[in-house]
Ligand binder design. Structure first.
Ligand SMILES: [Zn+2]
Ligand SMILES: [Zn+2]
Length: 246
């Protein structure tokens, strides 16, 4: 009896709006991990992270996405190298916006299974004991542990929290950035691809909204360029830098 009462609200016993805030906070940490660690640091080498920071991001991405660093990096570098051609893994210009927006993670997974892409574009990504024996070997177990953590913290509502966490990156990164970020928005620069800035305030997706700036200056750690633009990932990067973690 006691156990079932406990499971109703979990350890934290949050009400509905506290649950929404907690879910947004959790997904926000995942977005920050993707934009700072996977995208700016690993794929483009635009910044160096202290091992404490990169280990935290790797662990968090394993818990909340199950994505393997070398696969994400290789697919993304190929996207820049072959942008808007039939070889681009997820161009809405060649595949249609609907396909990339709603099936972006399927396109990603199909390209991640391409051994040639992995061999050609994944250089410099983590290849240590942890990567070989845990993260790239047990890819779904991390999100399985996360499900247990959500259940303990939030009770039955934790299942919904977990579901939102699992959909967040496939939708906002693989769908919205890769799809809309090459389709709708404004352009500061006449980059050779179709990349656009979706909105000038990069908050919800950590600055990745400024995709036209990014395709124009891919090795810049800062994605904003006009005075009215804001890149939250850059603010976090500066904060990490101020404490010696970046
Ligand atoms: Zn792009
Ligand atoms: Zn990029």
């Amino acid at each position: 009896m006691y156990f079932f009462e406990f499971m109703d609200g979990g350890l934290l016993g949050l009400n509905w709006w506290q649950l929404i805030l907690a879910t947004l906070a959790l997904t926000h940490v995942t977005i920050a991990s993707v934009t700072i660690f996977l995208h700016r640091s690993q794929a483009h080498r635009a910044l160096d992270l202290h091992p404490i920071a990169s280990h935290f991001f790797r662990f968090w991405l394993w818990l909340t996405t199950g994505m393997v660093t070398r696969e994400w990096v290789a697919v993304h570098r190929k996207h820049h190298a072959k942008c808007e051609t039939p070889e681009d893994p997820h161009s809405p210009q060649t595949r249609g916006l609907k396909k990339v927006l709603w099936e972006g993670s399927e396109l990603y997974m199909a390209e991640a299974a391409n051994a040639e892409t992995m061999a050609r574009y994944s250089h410099g990504t983590p290849d240590d004991w942890l990567e070989r024996n845990v993260y790239s070997r047990f890819t779904w177990q991390g999100v399985g542990i996360m499900l247990g953590i959500d259940w303990i913290l939030f009770g039955w509502a934790g299942l919904a929290v977990w579901g939102v966490q699992m959909m967040w990156i496939p939708f906002f990164a693989a769908g919205v950035i890769n799809g809309i970020g090459h389709f709708w928005g404004y352009r500061n620069y006449d980059s050779p691809d179709a990349a656009t800035n979706i909105v000038p305030w990069g908050i919800l997706i950590g600055g990745e909204e400024l995709h036209n700036n990014h395709h124009t200056y891919p090795t810049s750690a800062k994605l904003s360029s006009k005075w009215f633009e804001f890149d939250l990932g850059w603010a976090y990067t500066r904060a990490l830098e101020s404490v010696g973690l970046a």
